[in-house]
Design a protein around this ligand. Structure first.
Ligand code: HEC
Length: 153
């Protein structure tokens, strides 16, 4: 009996090969659709989350700069060498007072497009750059020409 059933199985194998394969294909299609859905969910959800996170962190977590520290960093990082001690410019342009908005400032310092050397996050932290930005923002503005008595005599 046993031998017989084995024989039955093996001869049937060849004949019924087409069927298991077709059902396998169907199964793999269903699996594929399942994984595609899971993947779509998995990839779309976090990216939306990441986007909103990035937006909120942009809005809330820009480091608060300390002008006193920034003054020291402006010297120790050598910004003054090109931008001048009062940031009025030299080899580099004037960058203070009234520096460009912090996000643009940080982006430029990290990836300058011209002759300025880049300052990576390893060299200068976001906090350091925020301090320098605060220092630049704290610099006194030049008086208007009409407010300088000598020029109005
Ligand atoms: C070796 C010279 C050099 C040093 C050092 C340097 N810069 Fe610059 N920087 C430049 C030059 C030149 C430019 C003009 C654009 C360019 O060529 O990259 C510039 C442009 C900039 C700008 C863009 C100004 C604008 O209005 O678009 C910012 C901001 C800036 N520098 C900040 C800094 C800060 C902060 C430091 C110090 C951490 C620094 N730079 C150090 C040479 C320098």
């Amino acid at each position: 009996m046993k031998k017989n059933s084995e024989c039955h199985l093996s001869t049937n194998m060849a004949a019924s090969q087409a069927r298991p394969r077709r059902s396998l294909n169907l199964a793999s299609l269903v699996l594929l659709a399942f994984f595609a859905t899971v993947a779509m969910l998995a990839f779309s959800r976090p990216s939306v989350e990441a986007q909103t996170k990035a937006q909120t962190s942009k809005a809330t977590s820009a480091p608060v700069g300390n002008a006193q520290k920034g003054k020291k960093l402006f010297a120790s990082y050598g910004c003054y060498e090109c931008h001048g001690h009062a940031a009025h410019g030299g080899v580099g342009p004037q960058i203070g007072p009234d520096p460009i908005p912090f996000s643009a400032f940080l982006a430029y310092v990290r990836h300058p497009s011209g002759n300025m050397p880049p300052y990576t996050a390893k060299v200068a932290s976001d906090q350091d750059i925020a301090d320098i930005h605060a220092f630049l923002a704290s610099l006194p503005r030049s008086p208007k020409a009409k407010d300088i008595p000598l020029l109005n005599q």
